[in-house]
Every structure is written in structure tokens, then in C-alpha cells.
Design a protein around this ligand. Structure first.
Ligand code: HEC
Length: 271
């Protein structure tokens, strides 16, 4: 079982404290439409790893209520049918689940379906099958996961979200010369190194952003089923919380992923 790295969890806890301190705004200000322009304050120089404050003495991991459809997604992919009945008899889990059971969302989010719809925006450059074109890089045949890997941690996933959110200009205006996996076998991707670059998609809401990213990772990247189930659960948790990114940097998306994963008991919190 892959776990959310402790340093991300520590940062996510800190972030949650910050957020809680500011009150629990149910309606965050809408993301700036379009990519953060070059005018946007070049907030961070090339990500110095944010110093992690001494983690508070590990508080015992409490089971956290999980949105029914997040739970459903997790059950569906990861658990053999016979195990579902076992879960029912885990008392704590059962109490929490029943206690938080709400009427199912009318528009239940299915990442892969929604993602294939959103991807129609991208297909003109990247090709319907991710084969690429003169105006957009190839995503299939392993290329996507070389740039945004499915590794031990969730850096690749966070970088992928950040890249689609920011695009060429937005990434550059945060001070990055490269994007994605710095150890890509043929060298890290250089920002603006292909055709006329790519616009950012900060205008997508969180549901559509995570959907199109998941769709690319599965349909073009060929994520293996177990990993896909885990990433799906994390992305659903993120869509449920639907935070508004401040800068959209890879580090920020990493923190947001970890915060939602912990809040919804995905990955590490689940043991
Ligand atoms: C106008 C054409 C165009 C459109 C539309 C477009 N892209 Fe891109 N995409 C590019 C270009 C060009 C690059 C390389 C950018 C660079 O070098 O700065 C790229 C790079 C990427 C990469 C990184 C690939 C790699 O391995 O380096 C991903 C992932 C990606 N785009 C996803 C998307 C998604 C998702 C959408 C739709 C929401 C989208 N793109 C829409 C042109 C486009």
C-alpha cells in the first residue's frame, strides 16, 4: 500500500490550521479566469522545499467521515466483493459511515467519463488518442508518465495538476524553467520547449481539472489499476473539498492533495 509521505501530511496539517484560523469560507473566491498572467506576482522562486515545522506529536489517526461516492469509488476498485461484507462489521468504520450517509449526490462525479468530455478541449493539440501533433506534445506511449510519474509519492500527480492549471506562461511566471519529473530519462521538460506552448486551464473548476488529469493518466498514461484506484480516490477527495489554489504551484497541489487525502481517510489515514 502506497502511503502519503509524512512530510506532506505535516504540511497539510499546518495548512489546515491556517485555513481554519481564517474561518471556514464555504464559497472561496473564484479562481482567476484564464492563466495567471505574467503580471501575477512571481510569488515563489524555484520551489525551495518549504521548511517543515516540527511536526506536532503525532495525533492518533482518527477515522474521518468520507463522502459516500469517494467511499464507493474506493470500495469498487480496491476491494474484492467478499471483503465488502467484512467492512460492515468493523464497528468504528460502520458507525462513521452510517453517521455521515447523506442522500447520494445527484450528479455523481465519474472522473473518467467527465475527464473524457473535458479532454475534447485538449484533443486538437494532443490528439484524441494522446498521440500529439505539431501543436501539442505526445502523451501516450509512456510519455506522460515519464513527465509526471506514478511514483512512491504523489509528486508526479501534483506536478501534472499544476502543469495543466498553469500552462507554459503560468509555470514560467512562477519562476520555473522546467516542469514535471526533474529526473526524466532524457532530461527534465523545459518550459516552452514545444511549438507555441500551452495555455493554462485555471478556468476549469476543480472537478474538471482532476477529471481531465485522471483521464490522461489512465487513457494515455496507462496507469495500472491499483495505482489508478488510489489516485482516483485522492482526486475525488480533492474534488470534494474543491479548494481554490493560491498559486497553483506543484508544491501547493501536493499539499492540497495530502490535506484532502488525510481529511477523507484516503491512503495513509486508512492504514
Ligand atoms: C494549443 C495547443 C494545446 C492545447 C489546447 C492543450 N495543450 Fe497541452 N501542451 C501543449 C504544448 C505545446 C505542450 C508543451 C508546452 C511547453 O513546452 O511549454 C503541452 C504539454 C502538455 C502536457 C505535458 C506533456 C509532457 O510530457 O511534457 C500535458 C500533460 C498537457 N499538455 C495536457 C493538456 C491538457 C489536459 C489540455 C486540455 C485541458 C491541454 N494540454 C491542452 C499544447 C496544448
Amino acid at each position: 500500500m502506497i502511503e502519503v509521505p509524512e512530510h506532506l501530511l505535516a504540511r497539510s496539517r499546518q495548512r489546515r490550521v491556517e485555513l481554519t484560523g481564517e474561518g471556514d469560507e464555504a464559497s472561496p473566491t473564484p479562481a482567476a479566469s484564464g492563466a495567471p498572467g505574467p503580471g501575477a506576482a512571481p510569488a515563489a522562486a524555484p520551489v525551495p522545499a518549504a521548511p517543515v515545522p516540527a511536526p506536532a506529536p503525532a495525533e492518533p489517526a482518527r477515522p474521518v467521515p468520507v463522502a459516500p461516492y469517494v467511499e464507493a469509488a474506493r470500495q469498487r476498485k480496491k476491494m474484492p466483493v467478499w471483503a465488502a461484507s467484512v467492512m460492515v462489521f468493523l464497528p468504528i468504520w460502520a458507525i462513521f459511515y452510517v453517521g455521515t450517509l447523506e442522500p447520494p449526490a445527484s450528479d455523481e462525479l465519474v472522473l473518467i467519463e467527465n475527464g473524457s468530455t473535458v479532454y475534447s478541449t485538449c484533443a486538437s493539440c494532443h490528439g484524441g488518442d494522446g498521440g500529439g501533433s505539431a501543436t501539442g506534445r505526445q502523451l501516450n506511449d509512456g510519455e506522460l508518465l515519464l513527465t509526471f510519474p506514478a511514483g512512491e509519492n504523489f509528486d508526479g500527480l501534483a506536478q501534472h495538476l499544476s502543469w495543466v492549471y498553469l500552462g507554459t506562461q503560468g509555470t514560467r511566471s512562477l519562476g520555473f524553467d522546467t516542469y514535471g519529473n526533474p529526473d526524466r530519462p532524457d532530461g527534465a521538460r523545459v518550459v516552452g520547449s514545444f511549438a507555441n506552448g500551452m495555455s493554462g486551464f485555471a478556468n476549469l473548476d476543480m472537478e474538471d481539472l482532476v477529471s481531465v488529469v485522471f483521464y490522461e493518466r489512465v487513457a494515455h498514461g496507462g496507469l495500472d489499476p491499483e495505482r489508478a484506484a488510489l489516485e482516483e480516490a485522492m482526486l475525488l477527495a480533492l474534488a470534494t473539498d474543491s479548494p481554490t489554489p493560491e498559486t497553483g504551484s506543484p508544491v501547493e497541489f501536493g499539499e492540497l492533495l495530502a490535506a484532502s487525502a488525510e481529511l477523507h481517510g484516503v491512503g495513509a489515514a486508512e492504514e
